[in-house]
Design a protein around this ligand. Structure first.
Ligand code: ZN
Length: 308
């Protein structure tokens, strides 16, 4: 794999495609009746050796892929509960984590891991997310007995592979939701873990730099289009996609529909309207296109690449 170059020990955030506007977060999410945090996540086996860890409010869905030698957790949520204990209830193999991107709902559990891989392009978001914890639920490092590590970060790059024993995870660099997104393809289950690059619902990803005073990074729809097409060009290698916010397996058709919708923005044929956004987007004038099931909220300054 890639070397473990030094990384910032901590990091302004960016919300997920369906990241809620923080409204309704009381700081008690994940609390049990007696006031202590729930220790584990709900687990569902989706395919042989592929488990979904269901996050609490505001957290992404996390996926554990288990091989005969190692296990890998794809995204770490917000660290609301004890990820290590959850993983240990599934497998006794050594484990590490990868972030599909470093929005706050995907990476705040990193400090429960000794070894985490991110892309270099995600570092600004990681730095921001680790600093940005206002209004968030209690984190697992506030739970007694939970282990918190000085995480050793490594860099994941396009084409990197992680052999887990009997299965290999391949990294595909796919900037679009953020500048540092990756998708991860598991050759055994033939599932692509796509983070927030593709979802079946609302895409809200090209305007985040404007949200409050948070130091988000943003990407053009043009760049996102290239990454979606890149994934489409590789779709012989996967049958399904799992996103950070959809409970269902997504088929290739979702990729095509996403491309169709964003193409309509790029070629000016979209019929956009002003969406009602949560208060956290106050003052932001943006647009939404909607095909009835899938929607894209975007800011007109982020349609095209800056240099074009
Ligand atoms: Zn995100």
């Amino acid at each position: 794999m890639t070397g473990n170059e030094g990384m910032p020990s901590s990091a302004s955030m960016a919300g997920g495609a369906s990241m809620p506007g923080n409204e309704g977060m009381t700081g008690n999410e994940g609390m049990t009746g007696n006031g202590s945090l729930q220790r584990t996540y709900e687990i569902k086996e989706l395919a042989d050796g592929v488990y979904r860890l269901e996050g609490h409010q505001g957290e992404c869905l996390m996926y554990l892929v288990v091989g005969t030698e190692k296990a890998c957790l794809i995204d770490t949520g917000m660290g609301v509960c004890d990820l290590r204990q959850t993983i240990r209830s599934i497998t006794d193999k050594p484990f590490f984590a990868i972030n599909t991107h470093c929005h706050i709902d995907h990476c705040l559990g990193n400090n429960q891991f000794e070894e985490v891989y991110v892309t270099k392009e995600s570092l600004p978001d990681l730095e921001s997310s680790l600093k940005e914890q206002r209004g968030m639920p209690p984190r697992a490092d506030e739970v007694e007995d939970k282990q918190v590590f000085e995480t050793d970060y490594g860099f994941a790059e396009d084409g990197d592979t992680f052999y887990l024993g009997g299965r290999t995870l391949s990294v595909v660099f796919t900037p679009g939701h953020t500048p540092g997104d990756i998708c991860i393809i598991d050759d055994k289950s033939r599932i692509a873990f796509v983070g927030d690059l593709v979802t079946a619902g609302s895409h809200m990803c090209h305007m985040l730099a404007y949200v409050r005073d948070m130091a988000f990074t943003t990407v053009s729809i043009e760049t996102w289009d290239r990454s979606l097409r890149k994934m489409q060009g590789m779709q012989d290698g996967f049958d399904w996609m799992l996103s950070g916010h959809d409970e269902d397996l997504l088929g290739h058709d979702v990729l095509q529909r996403t491309i169709d919708l964003e193409r309509s923005i790029l070629d000016g044929t979209a019929k956009p309207y002003h969406p009602q956004l949560p208060e956290m987007y106050g003052g932001l004038v943006c647009w939404e296109v909607d095909d009835g099931e899938m929607s894209i909220i975007y800011h007109e300054e982020t349609i095209f690449d800056r240099e074009s």
